[in-house]
Write a protein that binds this ligand. Structure first.
Ligand SMILES: [Mg+2]
Length: 197
């Protein structure tokens, strides 16, 4: 799942930087790619099959890779996943929702942004809501597919928003019509997670 998410960013980083060029400084594709390459490198170097130490190692790698403003936020997401994965090795749909709730909850303490603020939370929070609303008996694959769809819709919806954070905030109405690159990145991560699972 992590490698598939990285692959999505590898394929789309130029598009992500173009999106950032419209609402920010044009570096988002470069910084998110750097962060996800740190994820992939950590996965490749993983010893053992325990999730908590893997997610912790990923969090530190992402936070120390110069991932721009996204790096520390993604780092706190993985730190939260480490908390949520403690002692767990198998995940049904509710357990998967609880795992992502731990990751996204930790991230949300850093970000403070809500739905409608034109940030990565516009993809993360709908994805989490979809995971939590998923029918348990339909299983984790269906839950994650619904989360990926919700993240994509959330990212698409940022086109119609003004920004409350970052450089885009200073551009006012000029960012209308352009999606938030961070939200698009997060939708790509969930697309990778879902397709891999
Ligand atoms: Mg930028």
């Amino acid at each position: 799942m992590l490698n598939a998410a990285t692959e999505q960013i590898r394929h789309n980083h130029e598009m992500l930087s173009r999106l950032d060029g419209a609402v920010g400084d044009g570096d988002h594709g470069t910084t998110i790619l750097r962060a996800m390459e740190a994820v992939a490198k950590t996965v490749a170097e993983q010893k053992g099959d325990e999730l908590k130490p893997l997610f912790s190692a990923i969090a530190w790698a992402v936070m120390s890779c110069d991932g721009g403003s996204t790096g520390p936020l993604l780092g706190s997401f993985f730190m939260g996943l480490a908390d949520g994965a403690a002692g767990k090795s198998t995940f049904d749909a509710p357990a998967l929702a609880a795992l992502f709730a731990a990751g996204i909850g930790k991230l949300h303490k850093q970000s403070k942004a809500q739905i409608g603020d034109k940030t990565m939370m516009d993809a993360f929070l709908p994805a989490l809501a979809a995971l939590q609303a998923a029918e348990p008996s339909a299983g984790p694959k269906a839950a994650l597919r619904q989360a990926a769809e919700a993240a994509a819709q959330g990212a698409e919806a940022t086109k119609n928003m003004r920004a409350k954070f970052g450089r885009a905030r200073n551009l006012g109405d000029r960012v209308i019509g352009h999606p938030d690159p961070g939200a698009v990145s997060v939708s790509l991560l969930f697309k990778g997670f879902s397709e891999a699972l």
